[in-house]
Unconditional design. Structure first.
Length: 194
C-alpha cells in the first residue's frame, strides 16, 4: 500500500505540472495573442518559472542554512555550479546527480547541532510561501491563470520534495526525525558533497 501512495503522489505531481503549463498557455490566450505565440509564451513562461522556482528552492536552503550557521560552499543549477573558493565565487560546469536539478551545499562547524532539519526544510518553506504569494497575486490582479501556473508548479515540487523516499528533502528530514543519532552521517554527507 505504501508504494501505491507514493506512485499516486508522483502522478498528482505530474498532473499539477501539466495543469501549470495549461494555466500559462491560457494566461497568454486571455491576453489576445495568436495561437503560435500563446503556446510559445505560455510554455516559455512555465519553463522559466520552473527554473526560477528551482533557484528559489535552493536559496531557501541557503537562507535557512545561514540562519543556523552554515557556510555556503556551492550552489548549482543543472550543469552549472557556483563554488566559493578563497572568498570568491567561481562558475563551472559539472555532472548532474541523478534526479537532482539544483543543489545547495553548505558546511557547518558544530556538527552536533540538530538544526540541520531547518536547513533541509528551507526549500519546502519556499514552496509554501510562493503558493501563498501566488494566491495573493491572483486575488489582487484577478489574473488567476498566471497565479495558477505558480501555484501548481509549487504544489508539484512540494509534493516531490516532501516524499520520504530517495534523496529528497523529505527523506532526509524523515530519517533525522526518526533517528536523530544519524545527524553525524548527514553532516558527513554534506562534507563529502563539499
Amino acid at each position: 500500500m505504501k508504494k501505491i501512495g507514493i506512485y499516486l503522489v508522483y502522478v498528482l505531481a505530474v498532473v499539477f505540472i501539466m495543469i501549470a503549463f495549461a494555466c500559462g498557455t491560457i494566461a497568454f490566450a486571455e491576453l489576445g495573442y495568436s495561437a503560435v505565440l500563446v503556446f510559445t509564451f505560455g510554455y516559455g513562461f512555465a519553463l522559466l518559472s520552473m527554473y526560477l522556482i528551482f533557484i528559489l528552492h535552493e536559496l531557501g536552503h541557503a537562507f535557512c542554512g545561514y540562519l543556523t550557521g552554515y557556510r555556503l560552499v556551492a550552489f548549482g543549477l543543472g550543469h552549472f555550479i557556483l563554488t566559493k573558493k578563497l572568498g570568491r565565487f567561481h562558475l563551472s560546469r559539472t555532472a548532474i546527480l541523478k534526479n537532482v536539478g539544483a543543489q545547495y551545499i553548505g558546511l557547518k562547524e558544530d556538527e552536533s547541532d540538530q538544526r540541520i532539519i531547518l536547513m533541509l526544510s528551507g526549500g519546502l518553506m519556499v514552496h509554501i510561501s510562493l503558493i501563498l504569494l501566488a494566491i495573493v497575486f491572483g486575488f489582487l490582479t484577478r489574473s488567476w491563470y498566471f497565479a495558477g501556473t505558480w501555484i501548481f508548479l509549487n504544489l508539484s515540487f512540494f509534493l516531490n520534495n516532501i516524499l520520504p523516499v530517495g534523496i529528497t528533502d523529505g527523506a532526509k528530514i524523515w530519517e533525522l526525525l526518526q533517528h536523530p543519532e544519524n545527524t553525524k552521517y548527514a553532516y558527513l554527507m554534506l562534507r563529502h558533497s563539499a
